[in-house]
Design a protein around this ligand. Structure first.
Ligand code: C2E
Ligand code: MG
Ligand code: MG
Length: 941
């Protein structure tokens, strides 16, 4: 619609003049060209507000097509503007010219800022429409806002130095920044002109760089509007500071990014929070007893300390500088080294805990436990350490008490084994030489078994008290366990160690009371020396104990010094223990038989089966050496059962040859009765080998009865009931209690060999034997005297009316086939004359030493043992020694000396002959030297 047509629509008369804003429009037709040339939008409303005319600028400005613009003005305003715009329109309708800025709504729904003028259109003094002019000032408005926002940002930036702003233009790749940024990064103004991305990037902590770039790229690509993260930037003072970064698109400038950095700690809320947290933390710090502190490790400055710090140190260092001098002044010297190391490790960045002692002027000592944790800066250096200290003095005292308790024996209150070892260590540190005496009273197991543990404790207290009274002041007494003790005797002791040991041995004459008895002990002593025997506390004790064990093997109170050759014994014992497991299956065990004869006629009245072990390497092992080993494990059961079976089988065999059978006895370990089934095994064997039960006899010792075990008595009663006989072996050696004879089904008493040894010249021994025989008569028991070796002994036993005899005089234990011939012969004669011959021939001998170098693949550094060498051939040296040596797979070094001569050779043992070892030379040159050595002795004047 043209302008004049629009005017015609609203005019009331054709003649009355029209006024726009008070100016007469005389010819509306001519105005059209003028309106179209305007750069502003020109339009006309009717009185209701509907657009009835507009020039070409309006559709451009609002984005509508011309036809769609003939609408009420409200259509082109955002709803929030309509009220204001209507108010201006109404003012124009009432005749006023109004100027205002309002927002219009573009066809694509974005807002445009318009500067508008509305004027009334009048005719005949009446407003008939409204004329409007509008200019799009959106861009100007935006520029203005930008300017003011930058200004306000800059202002902000000046006010809060921690807030840093910069803008980044993606197209030009340029950065606009606030002065605060330069200041913050420590760049001069000159740098500022050349500030580029590169420089900015180099300030970002490497850890944060990639995450930041990733987010930035997504922002630039328009994948997100904004993001926030934390980054560390290198600041002016060359330290990293943790900042919060916000990046976003600038409104209306899609290519411009704004980045704001600010320090969280400066935000009020955060600060308040921090303050409360600190206050809470402080409350806790003050409440706990522990000392909590922060210390600058390098300057020693105490950055923070809780009340507890004062409680521990009782004062603060000057200027709060905790210097090493200040600390070490108070530190116990014993803890200096550990503290130095602890600090070294802290400096290396390792957290740790240390315990140390602090000394106070009044002499008090406190134990402190100090845990320190180094706290790192972002560049990896240590900022400070957090330390938590506890006063652990009480705890330490308690621990020490416990330790003291742990170092004492509960019954005797003497220092225990551990305390002994610590004392040995301490004496060694003082460089003092000393002896270790181990002492055993040898009776505790037996007393515990016989009288119970209460009496056992009395025995321990009694023995400990005796030692306390006897021991010289300069010695240290400790309790090893059982009734075994150890004494440390300094070499400087005014009397010698032998005097000390003898005083101990004399204790065997002092009765020890366990109510209502007074018992005597056999005392065994072992001695080792420091430093000669070993420099290790445990080993010294072990050596002394090895010597003690040797003493214990003897029947009387005695002492032994640790001698190196005991070590071969030790080694042998160890090897035997291993090998015993295979002894039965490898057929290494066999029985020998020793006859018991009628003391007047020599008629064989019984046999004793005695076990032997033929070891491939160590030769024949006596039962006393391996039966105790078997008893330490369950092996003794298999071995015991094997003995019963083998004895029964031999009996069956002899019976088959037509010999007259006599009862055979087997020795039974006391422990065998503690394991069920023995009686059934016996029954089975008797029936398997078709033997009358009366032909089997079990030899038991008092040790089996002293335990008073119900299983033992049941088994004994059972076998006795079926007819098997029971003999009490070694009678007279121990308690020889009548009680056993009464309580158990005993048929035979075997008088211990020691009586045979002394009977000819000891009237006491005679008296005892006499009373045993008398008693046996009363109980209706058979008696056998053991160990008869001489005719004189036989004579004495005959006069005492001892019915039967067992001993070398009639026969050594012999192999089964020899026994077979004995049984067929029925009668034996004394053979005293021949038995001693070998001992009476004087032997040539030269003394020397031997030590084992290797056994199997193992090599040894064992000390030397004594030997006597008797002769040599071109191939072998014949020698004897008390130490048992392995017979195969071993090499030995032998040294022989006479006067100034000393010869050495290496040999392997190939066997034994007349109780001499045959040592075969491994080196012909050495063999020759030994030959010459022997010759030189022969031809010596
Ligand atoms: P025991 O039962 O008292 O055996 C007697 C020991 O005295 C045997 O020693 C025997 O060879 C030895 N003997 C016999 N007559 C004389 C003599 O006139 N003079 C000397 N000096 N000794 C004589 P052996 O064979 O060394 O046995 C020692 C101990 O080993 C035995 O003492 C016995 O307690 C135990 N024993 C032997 N065989 C077995 C067995 O099969 N099982 C168990 N558990 N122990 C056994
Ligand atoms: Mg026996
Ligand atoms: Mg015996």
């Amino acid at each position: 619609m043209a302008f004049h047509e629009a005017m015609n629509r609203i005019r009331q008369s054709d003649t009355a003049p029209l006024y726009i804003g008070g100016l007469e429009v005389s010819r509306p037709e001519t105005a059209e060209a003028f309106f179209q040339q305007q750069t502003d939008a020109i339009f006309l409303f009717d009185a209701s507000g509907t657009i009835i005319y507009f020039n070409e600028q309006l559709p451009d400005m609002l984005g509508y097509s011309a036809e769609t613009l003939y609408e009420h003005f409200a259509v082109f305003n955002p709803p929030d503007q309509i009220e204001a715009v209507t108010a201006f329109f109404t003012r124009a309708l009432s005749g006023e010219t109004v100027h205002y800025t309002a927002q219009g709504l573009h066809a694509d729904q974005h807002r445009v800022t318009l500067k508008i003028t509305n004027m009334p259109v009048e005719q005949d003094g009446q407003v008939i429409g409204v004329y409007g002019v509008a200019r799009d000032i959106t861009r100007e408005k935006q520029l203005e806002e930008d300017v003011s926002s930058i200004r306000s940002q800059l202002e902000l930036t000046e006010q809060i130095p921690e807030l840093v702003v910069f803008h980044f233009d993606v197209n030009t790749q340029t950065i606009e920044f606030s002065p605060a940024l330069l200041h913050f990064l420590g760049l001069s103004e000159v740098d500022a002109t050349t500030l580029d991305q590169e420089q900015l990037f180099s300030r970002i902590h490497p850890r944060d760089f990639d995450p930041l770039r990733f987010e930035m790229e997504r922002l630039i690509a328009g994948e997100k509007e904004r993001f926030e993260m934390e980054v560390s930037l290198l600041t002016a003072d060359d330290t990293y500071q943790l900042l919060r970064l916000k990046a976003f698109h600038r409104p209306h400038h899609p290519d411009h990014l704004s980045v704001v950095l600010y320090d969280l700690s400066e935000v009020d809320e955060a600060r308040r929070q921090l303050v409360t947290e600190r206050a809470q933390a402080r409350e806790i710090y003050e409440a706990v007893n522990a000392a909590i502190s922060q210390i600058d490790l390098f300057s020693g400055r105490i950055l923070f300390h809780s009340q507890g710090f004062l409680h521990i140190f009782e004062e603060l260092p000057q200027d709060l500088m905790l210097s090493r001098e200040w600390l070490f002044e108070r530190l116990d010297v014993r803890d200096h080294a550990a503290m130095k190391q602890f600090i070294r490790r802290l400096v290396d960045g390792q957290a740790g805990t240390i315990q140390y002692r602090l000394h106070f002027p009044d002499g008090r000592v406190k134990w402190i436990e100090d845990q320190q944790i180094p706290i790192f800066q972002l560049d990896g250096t240590i900022a400070y350490t957090n330390s938590i200290m506890h006063d652990i003095t009480l705890q330490k005292a308690y621990e020490e008490q416990l330790r003291q308790l742990a170092l004492r024996d509960a019954v005797t209150h003497l220092p225990n084994r551990q305390a002994l070892i610590e004392t040995i260590d301490a004496w060694q540190e003082k460089n003092q030489s000393f002896f270790v005496l181990t002492v055993s009273f040898n009776r505790i197991a037996e007393i515990n078994n016989a009288f119970g543990h209460g009496s056992g404790d009395q025995w321990l207290q009694g023995t400990a008290a005796l030692l306390q009274q006897t021991k010289p002041d300069e010695t240290f007494l400790g309790h090893l366990g059982g009734d075994e003790y150890a004494l440390l005797v300094p070499t400087s002791y005014k009397q010698d160690v032998t005097t000390c040991a003898e005083a101990l041995l004399d204790l065997s004459e002092t009765p020890i009371s366990i109510e209502p008895y007074a018992l005597f002990a056999r005392i065994s002593v072992g001695v080792s020396r420091y430093p000669e025997d070993s420099t290790d506390a445990v080993e010294l004790l072990k050596h002394s104990y090895t010597a003690l064990r040797r003493s214990r093997r003897e029947n009387h109170s005695t002492m032994h010094h640790y001698a190196s050759n005991l070590d071969i014994d030790y080694y042998r014992r160890y090897r035997l223990e291993q090998d015993l497991h295979y002894a039965i299956e490898r057929d290494q065990l066999f029985l020998e038989y020793q006859p018991k004869v009628d003391s007047w006629t020599g008629k064989i009245v019984g046999l004793e089966a005695l076990i032997r072990w033929q070891h491939p390497e160590w030769g024949r092992i006596p039962p006393n050496d391996f039966i105790p080993l078997a008893e330490e494990s369950a092996l003794h059961v298999a071995i015991g059962d094997w003995v019963v079976e083998t004895a029964c089988r031999s009996m069956q065999h002899w019976k088959a040859t037509g010999a007259e059978l006599v009862p055979i006895s087997v020795n039974v370990s006391p422990k065998r009765f503690l394991i069920p089934g023995f009686e059934h095994h016996i029954e089975r064997m008797l029936s398997t080998y078709q033997l009358a039960p009366e032909l089997l006899e079990l030899e038991i010792t008092e040790a089996a009865l002293i335990m008073d075990d119900p299983m033992t008595s049941r088994t004994l009663e059972y076998v006795s009931r079926i007819g098997v006989r029971i003999a009490l072996d070694d009678f007279g050696k121990g308690y020889s209690s009548m009680v056993y004879l009464q309580r158990y089904p005993i048929n035979v008493i075997k008088i211990d060999r020691q009586f045979a040894t002394h009977i000819t010249d000891d009237s006491k021994a005679q008296a005892i034997v006499k009373s045993i025989l008398y008693m046996a008569g009363e109980f209706n028991l058979t008696v056998v005297a053991e160990g008869i070796e001489t005719l004189r002994q036989l004579d004495t036993f005959r006069t005492l009316n001892c019915p039967s005899i067992q001993g070398y005089l009639f026969s050594h234990p012999v192999q089964a086939d020899v026994m077979e011939s004995f049984l067929l012969r029925e009668i034996l004669y004394p053979i005293e004359a021949c038995s001693l011959s070998s001992d009476t021939v004087p032997r040539f001998s030269v003394s020397g030493k031997v030590r084992m170098l290797t056994h199997h693949t193992q090599s040894f550094e064992l000390p030397f043992s004594d030997i006597e060498a008797h002769r040599t051939s071109t191939r072998a040296l014949y020698f004897s020694t008390k130490t048992s040596l392995p017979l195969s797979d071993a090499t030995f070094e032998i040294r022989l000396s006479e006067g100034l001569q000393l010869v050495t050779c290496t040999v392997t043992i190939t066997g034994q002959q007349d109780e001499q070892y045959i040592g075969e030379y491994t080196n012909p040159t050495e063999a020759e030297q030994i030959m010459r050595f022997f010759q030189s002795l022969r031809y010596r004047p």
